[in-house]
Design a protein. Structure first.
Length: 198
């Protein structure tokens, strides 16, 4: 018997707020966070105006906040961030994940956010994790990405590199933004859920 598979976007789909800024503030503190945002305001404005791509803006900001961080310490911070991350989750999304798991379906979180801080949550929920991965050089974060930004078509690329979709009887997909469009199209119309959770 072939199993089914369900793909969940994270920020906005499963959460009430953006997790990346919340994580950065946790990592560097309130003062460090607001100063970093202030001196990179031109990048944020460029992204919001459509001049800069999502991946470029995100890598510039993560480079500023993360570059040089010792990898073991960073991963320890990711573990400690879990209780805060859990406060952002929508109960309706968690119930749907539990429903899929009860049916014996494979559940996969697919996010443009960083896999490093999403993985502890996925391990607790016993679901698979796909996210943007940070580069580590000589035991420290380089400030660059080790993978492409897991957004839009790259979500599909990462999914297809890990799973043989024809092996699954049914595919489900949950998303809430333009960056989820291609992932949603992996599922038949009746199994595509856009802005589904409240």
């Amino acid at each position: 018997m072939r199993e089914n598979i369900a793909f969940f976007d994270f920020d906005g789909t499963m959460t009430h707020k953006d997790s990346l800024f919340l994580f950065v503030r946790f990592l560097v503190g309130k003062r460090g966070f607001y100063w970093g945002i202030f001196i990179h305001l031109y990048i944020l404005l460029g992204y919001l105006m459509g001049i800069l791509k999502n991946s470029y803006a995100k890598e510039r900001l993560s480079g500023y906040f993360f570059k040089g961080y010792e990898s073991k310490e960073f991963l320890d911070k990711c573990e400690k961030f879990l209780p805060i991350l859990k406060t952002t989750l929508k109960e309706s999304a968690l119930k749907k994940i539990y429903w899929h798991k009860k049916q014996g379906h494979k559940v996969v979180l697919v996010s443009a956010s960083f896999e490093e801080y999403l993985r502890p949550l996925c391990e607790e929920l016993k679901i698979d994790c796909i996210g943007t991965i940070l580069e580590i050089t000589n035991g420290r974060l380089s400030g660059k990405f080790a993978s492409l930004n897991c957004y839009g078509k790259e979500k599909v690329n990462r999914i297809q590199s890990k799973y043989v979709l024809k092996d699954y009887t049914q595919i489900y997909a949950y998303g809430d933004s333009e960056g989820d469009k291609e992932m949603l199209e992996l599922a038949p119309l009746e199994n595509r859920f856009y802005k589904f959770f409240k």
